[in-house]
Design a protein around this ligand. Structure first.
Ligand SMILES: *Cc1c(COP(=O)(O)O)cnc(C)c1O
Length: 242
């Protein structure tokens, strides 16, 4: 990373991407799902901008960033338009003006003021974009995300938006939990999506962004449509804390 840092070549990214894709395929087989239902978001939050070329070359088409400071550098890449960009980190309302013109998806909507500010900036920049509500399924352990009952209020509010389309829910399993606990979190988000789309008649609420390097196979078994993969795709230079 950084100046003079070591950046892996195409072969290393290819091997890791193949490894991720075959783990996706096995999880899909176990769950009776089709691999095409899963979008793999490569989380580039701590990697050097030079990693974008080999990642695009091996077929990664979705990138996830969690901080504007790092993202702005990545977005200067001449091939940025070959990929879809996902903002996956906590977003302060006052930073929405930087994220809205540059990203296609925002996974971390967690308040009405943020929702409204995203819509306002989308109008200003004449953009259409997609959003997901970040939900804290497990309770106390993670800092970010809304309580499940507040997700409903946010979705109701979102139906008034013209430029922002809320298409799903996102969550993170708390770090260091057991497989069963992680699975319970993913299953909880999956049933919440189902209930909310039924109750509010929202056919467009189809996405579940859940699962990271350690737990994406479980998330896929529980219905994930987007997985966010950092370490397992980026290799040893990746710093998970970002
Ligand atoms: C860092 C990060 C990831 C990727 O984590 P890995 O465990 O390295 O795969 C996914 N989602 C969010 C929100 C992140 O901040």
């Amino acid at each position: 990373m950084g100046e003079g840092g070591w950046v892996d070549g195409k072969a290393e990214y290819e091997q890791r991407f193949d490894d991720v894709l075959s783990a996706v395929a096995s999880a899909c087989t176990r769950a009776g799902r089709a691999s095409q239902e899963i979008r793999v978001i490569g989380v580039t939050k701590t990697v050097d901008k030079q990693a974008i070329d080999p990642l695009l070359d091996v077929g990664v088409r979705e990138f996830g960033e969690n901080r504007w400071q790092h993202a702005r550098e990545m977005l200067m890449h001449p091939r940025r338009s070959e990929a879809t960009w996902h903002f996956i980190g906590h977003l302060q309302t006052k930073k929405a003006k930087y994220i809205v013109p540059n990203f296609d998806y925002i996974h971390s909507i967690d308040s009405v003021p943020l929702l409204q500010e995203i819509e306002r900036q989308a109008e200003r920049f004449e953009r259409q974009l997609y959003g997901l509500i970040q939900v804290n399924v497990s309770g106390e352990e993670t800092k970010y995300g809304v309580e499940p009952h507040y997700a409903r209020a946010l979705l109701e509010r979102a139906t008034q938006c013209k430029r922002l389309q809320v298409v799903g829910l996102m969550t993170m399993a708390p770090a260091g939990v057991s497989e069963e606990e992680a699975r319970a979190v993913f299953r909880g988000l999956s049933s919440l999506r189902f209930e909310l789309s039924e109750q509010l008649g929202l056919e467009s609420l189809t996405e579940l962004s859940m699962g990271m390097s350690d737990d994406f196979p479980l998330a896929i078994e529980e219905g994930a449509t987007m997985i966010r993969v950092g370490r397992r795709l980026m290799g040893d230079s990746f710093t998970p804390a970002g």
